[in-house]
Write a protein that binds this ligand. Structure first.
Ligand SMILES: Cc1cc2nc3c(=O)[nH]c(=O)nc-3n(C[C@H](O)[C@H](O)[C@H](O)COP(=O)(O)OP(=O)(O)OC[C@H]3O[C@@H](n4cnc5c(N)ncnc54)[C@H](O)[C@@H]3O)c2cc1C
Length: 298
């Protein structure tokens, strides 16, 4: 059981606490994971993010800015949020869980099968992180820090990275914003997932975003989750599909199977995951292609 609980009122205070309390300290957002059996062995201090005003959802020119504390249910209910992200949020647990769970917690948890991650990758999301102030602020960092805190001017550093880079190397600070570019008109999106039972957590996900140029695929973006140790884009599959006529499902599956490197674990054998990756991407691609026609009709 945790013996120490902190509720800082500023991002700077949260970062200072994290630095002083060390690796045993954990940020607490909605707590759906931190309070679950998955974390039961951890008794280190908790740093609640509740007082940091991270729950804003803003439509800005060309992008949606999501505070790290935006709940998954808020994503589902906000019409300005791209459809792919709303649909992905809807896959998580049930309404009670979604009312607690946050987008910051979904990314911070870095779970390979996190339901929102493939969709966020196909939307080319980026992440604003506040870092402990070590004097290495990047140009423009002061503006970002002001943006994050409403201008309390506490001089900390911040950095923007693509979600892809964050998933590859991990978070180093406090995730404050997720920036999601608004897809240009006519781009379609598709999701597909595998769960052991209808009500169970989805273990494998695929997400696709693409445009249509006549009968050809325009800039397809393909991501999978739950197959390997983290959610990833499949660059070789994207390259093979770019400018092509929609291939048959079997052809897509073969390309995907050659691009993933699954590991056997409690959720399934490597062979099963490789096979399912092909099936799910083919499904998601077909849905995204169909969606481009629906987008054109909107
Ligand atoms: C019954 C149940 C069903 C679930 N079903 C699903 C499902 O279907 N799909 C799915 O993907 N997940 C599922 N989850 C997991 C969970 O709900 C999500 O991963 C959720 O998004 C976590 O958000 P949270 O705010 O609760 O995070 P928390 O539990 O508070 O934190 C999770 C991790 O992220 C870190 N963190 C949180 N916020 C930040 C931040 N701003 N900056 C840096 N680090 C941060 C924390 O330190 C912690 O390590 C389920 C959980 C439960 C209990």
């Amino acid at each position: 059981m945790t013996r120490e609980f902190h509720r800082p009122a500023t991002i700077a205070a949260a970062l200072t606490l994290k630095r002083d309390l060390g690796a045993a300290a954990t940020f607490l957002a909605g707590g759906t994971l931190v309070n679950s059996s998955r974390f039961s062995g951890r008794t280190g201090p908790l740093i609640s993010l509740d007082g940091l005003d991270l729950g804003r959802l803003e439509a800005r020119p060309g992008q949606i800015a999501l505070g790290a504390g935006v709940t998954l249910q808020a994503l589902v209910e906000a019409p300005v949020v791209p459809a792919a992200l709303r649909q992905a949020a809807l896959l998580v647990g049930n309404r009670n869980i979604r009312n607690q769970a946050t987008i910051g917690g979904q990314i911070g948890a870095m779970e390979p099968h996190g339901a929102l991650l493939p969709a966020l990758l196909t939307l080319e999301a980026s992440v604003v992180e506040a870092l402990p102030d070590d004097g290495t602020a990047a140009p423009g960092a002061a503006d970002l820090a002001r943006e994050m805190t409403g201008g309390d001017g506490q001089g900390r550093s911040s950095r923007v990275r693509s979600l892809e880079a964050v998933l590859e190397s991990g978070l180093e600070g406090l995730l404050c914003w997720v920036h999601v570019p608004v897809p240009s008109g006519g781009r379609g999106s598709g999701l597909a997932r595998y769960a052991r039972t209808a009500g169970d957590l989805s273990l494998l996900h695929a997400a696709v975003s693409l445009g249509r140029d006549g009968d050809r695929l325009d800039r397809p973006i393909v991501a999978v989750g739950g197959i390997g140790p983290r959610a990833v884009r499949l660059a070789t599959v994207e390259q093979a599909l770019a400018g092509a006529v929609l291939p048959a499902p079997g052809e897509i599956a073969t390309a995907v199977e050659g691009a993933v490197d699954p590991r056997s674990d409690v959720r399934g054998s490597a062979r099963f995951k490789r096979y399912m990756a092909g099936v799910l991407v083919a499904d998601a691609l077909a849905r995204a292609w169909k969606d481009t026609f629906e987008e054109a009709g909107r």
